[in-house]
Design a binder for this molecule. Structure first.
Ligand code: VG1
Ligand code: CO
Length: 552
């Protein structure tokens, strides 16, 4: 019989406010006395208050360092707090899209995802705890705020005696506790997601297209959780030679890499693609929800364009054939490329704050079917998270239906809809004060009598601090970014990142729309916007930096 204990605590923590996507902290911070217990108890209590009956909880993670320490802790604390069914991915692994699929298809009350997504892992890296609700999506602000409030004044947590659950074997363990029986099931973390994808795409058609045309494709899982899924779907189902699937073994420190699929951190894939051997390449982030798509010779598809192209090619994806297409969503800083498609095809379009959680209510209310973010996230209403492998299969569906290359698809899209030159400049690891100073500088231009300098050779038509009212729930989100829009539709947007684990990161988003068939280097074309951004923010003087840390 496992006995439950109420442990009184002396230290409480004031820094456990979840950000854009869960609580992310350095491992060293999370290892402080009762730090994790403080957050978990607050989370479990909040879930019990919001959902009085369902006690079936999923526990998943991206395989990063410290996950296998925290998983047994969650089991013990959930059991002591009245949860009855606990589902854990084998080896503790569950990609973020797979969690979303599992929660939805198995009627869980929600899931605790141990991931800091694209942040580096290992003893000196980051750890993350994220809660997803019953629709399979990230908890909305109302839930994370309720958790945060509890964390600040916590004085105890509940826990049962130590348990021994072998995470490497699929099967059920029934714990007899003084709270009653608790079933703990270790399941295959891939199966449910894989089956769902099989109903969305025509995988045999993609397979035969690749085989008949001798097309080589490659994927880089960046030592994140998506590796085993890549082997099953790309390898077993699509027949891709496993030697073309790289970094597909999940590692606790992602092999020392920064598991963020962009041109900087996925440089290995970029180099591989430049060899010209492959027609298509894709990289995924640590928890498998982000994707970067590359064509032959390293042709880069910007995530904003990816969303627009998929929207314009819905007929290539069987899932959308039998359904009413509701509309599309994009986060504020995602380029307006998809807006052009929505306008032409008569779809409604929603502009939301950054973070996938803002798409959930729109999908639940059937207002959008497809959505994306400039940060390499794309997905549909099949789940309530972005889905890296879904995006890859969406692209392969387009290529195999239209029988052309990635570059041809994108270039013909630009011809039809115009081109949004786009880039994001990140200034990482500034101090909190420096971040606040930059935001205050740009925010001063939102005042009606501010004199705003020219943006390149055009005038600025407006400068606003973006706020959002969820059309379904009425929830408000304020201060979501400062947006400068020029008379010709160019935009420069400033925001503070909400996923860093310390200090401040300023993101500057630059977008120039051209219908004139302009070609050339993206950074050169955006240069006048960069100059404008530096002028209005004074970021160089404030930060002492001469250049961004990362340009994507
Ligand atoms: C970043 C991205 C945002 C994304 C979030 C979580 O947030 O900009 O678009 O939804 O990461 O992605 P921020 O606040 O740092 O800009 V993931 O794959 O790290 O869960
Ligand atoms: Co992620």
């Amino acid at each position: 019989m496992y006995k439950s204990t109420r442990v009184e605590t002396e230290i409480s923590y004031s820094d456990q406010k979840p950000g854009t996507s869960g609580l992310r902290k350095p491992v060293k911070t999370v290892q402080q006395v009762n730090y994790t217990e403080n957050f978990l108890q607050s989370l479990l209590e909040t879930v019990c208050e919001l959902e009085p009956t369902n006690r079936k909880l999923l526990i998943g993670g991206d395989g990063r360092y410290y996950n296998t320490t925290v998983i047994p802790l969650i089991v013990r604390m959930a059991a002591a707090n009245g949860f009855k069914e606990l589902i854990i991915g084998k080896d503790g692994l569950f990609s973020t899209p797979a969690c979303s699929s599992y929660i939805r298809l198995n009627n869980c009350v929600g899931g605790i995802l141990l991931t800091a997504s694209h942040n580096p892992g290992g003893p000196d890296g980051d750890f993350g705890i994220k809660y997803n609700v019953a629709n399979g999506g990230p908890a909305p602000d109302s839930v994370t705020n309720a958790i945060f409030e509890k964390t600040k004044t916590r004085t105890f947590y509940n826990i049962i005696d130590p348990v021994d659950i072998p995470l490497n074997a699929i099967g059920e363990t029934v714990l007899e506790t003084d709270q009653g029986q608790v079933s703990v099931r270790v399941v295959d973390g891939i199966e449910c997601h894989e089956q769902l994808l099989g109903t969305i795409f025509d995988l045999p058609k993609i397979k035969s297209y690749l085989a008949q045309n001798n097309i080589c494709i490659t994927a880089d899982a960046m030592a994140g959780v998506m590796g085993p899924t890549v082997h099953r779907i790309f390898g077993d189902v699509l027949g891709v030679d496993p030697s073309h699937l790289i970094r597909c073994t999940p590692l606790p420190d992602f092999g020392g890499s920064h598991p963020d699929p962009n041109l900087v951190y996925a440089a290995q894939l970029v180099e591989t693609m430049k060899s010209g051997r492959y027609e298509f390449g894709v990289a995924f982030d640590g928890d498998g929800d982000r994707n970067m798509i590359l064509g032959k010779d390293g042709f880069f598809v910007s995530p904003s364009d990816s969303l627009a192209v998929i929207t314009a090619n819905l007929n290539c994806i069987p899932y959308f054939a039998g359904r009413k297409f509701a509309g599309v969503g994009r986060s504020l800083p995602t380029s307006g490329a998809v807006d052009q498609v929505a306008k032409k095809l008569g779809f409604s379009l929603f502009e939301t704050p950054t973070g996938w959680k803002y798409f959930g209510s729109l999908m639940d209310a059937d207002m959008i079917s497809l959505c994306g973010e400039e940060s390499f996230g794309t997905g549909s209403n099949h789940i309530r998270e972005k889905d890296g492998i879904w995006a890859a299969l969406a692209w392969l569906s387009i290529l195999s239906t239209r029988e052309c290359s990635v570059e041809e698809v994108v270039k013909s899209h630009w011809e039809e809809y115009g081109r949004h030159f786009y880039s994001r400049h990140d200034y990482e690891n500034l101090s909190t004060e420096q971040g606040a100073q930059v935001m205050a500088a740009v925010n001063s231009f939102t005042s009606p009598d501010a004199a705003i300098p020219q943006m390149g050779d055009t005038e600025v038509a407006s400068c606003v601090n973006f706020s959002y009212t969820d059309p379904v729930t009425g929830d408000r989100a304020l201060n979501q970014g400062v947006v400068f829009t020029s008379k010709t539709g160019s935009r420069v947007i400033f925001r503070l990142s909400g996923t860093g684990s310390s200090g401040a990161t300023i993101r500057i988003y630059l977008e120039f729309y051209s219908t004139g068939g302009e070609e050339g280097d993206v950074q050169d074309i955006l240069n006048p916007l960069v100059k404008f951004a530096l002028q209005v923010s004074d970021i160089r003087a404030i930060s002492g930096r001469h250049a961004p840390t990362v340009i994507t």
